[in-house]
Design a protein around this ligand. Structure first.
Ligand code: PAJ
Length: 283
């Protein structure tokens, strides 16, 4: 028999389930996702398993973090495959609210993150994005009440925004970062990789290769400005339109002038045809 995973679609079932675990003295870890699960998401679920007795995975394609021109309508949805993968990992509960449950008629409260959410990276190109993310993530935390929540380094600025929010609002949980899972050729796994044509897929690993070369050059004390300029050119030459490629302080995301201002993180966003890819690495 194939194993099944429990699904909660309303708050009452979620709260009842989590309360029963708590009454038994068990700890809970949450992995927020938008579904279309790949090995990167599943690595976070395994990490969550090691951090708590019970694992909740939320699947909610959050409309408030998409701009009207973005891919909300076409965002990949693979519900049956997602549930099967989560069942194999013995996920204790999938939290899958509808848009109406998450944002009932008259919903009127938003979180407005600053600091890392205003670093001039993703926020420059997706100004609505971190407000939508922070609001839904805060709500997911309050709905589920986990001891820990796992976020991928793949979305590095998001990880920092959520970490800052937990600190600022004294939310009673720990944020656990998970490493970026990559294809063999280095391309970071992403639900949006499904949009790439075969030709674009062949070019896509240039993003990570260029980050690696850039990081190595910075470690060899080459001037950061020149390294970034070379890296941007290399990515553009491969066929990308570069939104940004920046060296930032790994914790504050503030701009850095030299390797001494570190620890440094290199972050990139670039468009290949219709697909926007992001990636980052530590120097
Ligand atoms: P989503 O893009 O589905 O990602 C869910 C989680 O998986 C995020 O923490 C993301 O950083 C992580 N992830 C994605 N690709 C990864 C990879 N290749 N390796 C490791 N982790 C990876 O990020 C979101 O959803 C949403 O913004 C969300 C936080 C759920 C709020 O709506």
């Amino acid at each position: 028999m194939t194993s099944r995973v429990a699904v909660a679609r309303d708050l009452k079932k979620l709260r009842r389930t989590v309360a029963a675990w708590r009454a038994a003295g068990e700890t809970v870890a949450l992995v927020p996702t938008m579904g279309a699960l790949h090995a990167g998401h599943l690595a976070l679920v395994r990490l969550a398993r090691r951090k708590a007795d019970r694992v909740v995975v939320s699947i909610f394609v959050n409309p408030t973090q998409f701009a009207p021109h973005e891919d909300l309508a076409t965002y990949p949805r693979t519900w049956d495959a997602d549930l099967a993968a989560l069942a194999r990992l013995k996920t204790d509960l999938v939290w899958a609210p509808s848009v109406g449950v998450m944002y009932p008629e008259g919903f009127a409260t938003r979180i407005a993150p600053e600091g890392p959410a205003r670093a001039g990276l993703e926020d420059r190109f997706r100004p609505h994005f971190f407000g939508g993310v922070a609001t839904v993530v805060a709500k997911l935390f309050l709905q589920c009440g986990p001891d820990a929540a796992v976020f991928g380094e793949k979305d590095y600025q998001q990880l920092k925004v959520v970490t800052q929010m937990v600190k600022d609002l004294a939310l009673p949980l720990r944020i656990v970062p998970g490493r970026t899972v990559r294809e063999k050729d280095g391309l970071a796994l992403s639900s949006r990789n499904a949009y790439l044509t075969p030709d674009e897929r062949a070019v896509a690993p240039t993003l990570y290769q260029t980050l690696r070369e850039g990081a190595a050059e910075i470690r060899r004390q080459q001037p950061i400005g020149a390294v970034l300029a070379r890296s941007r050119k290399a990515i553009a030459r491969a066929g990308f339109d570069v939104d940004y490629l920046e060296a930032r302080h790994a914790e504050t995301l503030a701009p850095v002038r030299s390797a001494r201002d570190g620890p440094i993180r290199l972050l990139v966003a670039a468009r290949l045809g219709k697909t926007r890819l992001i990636d980052n690495i530590g120097v």
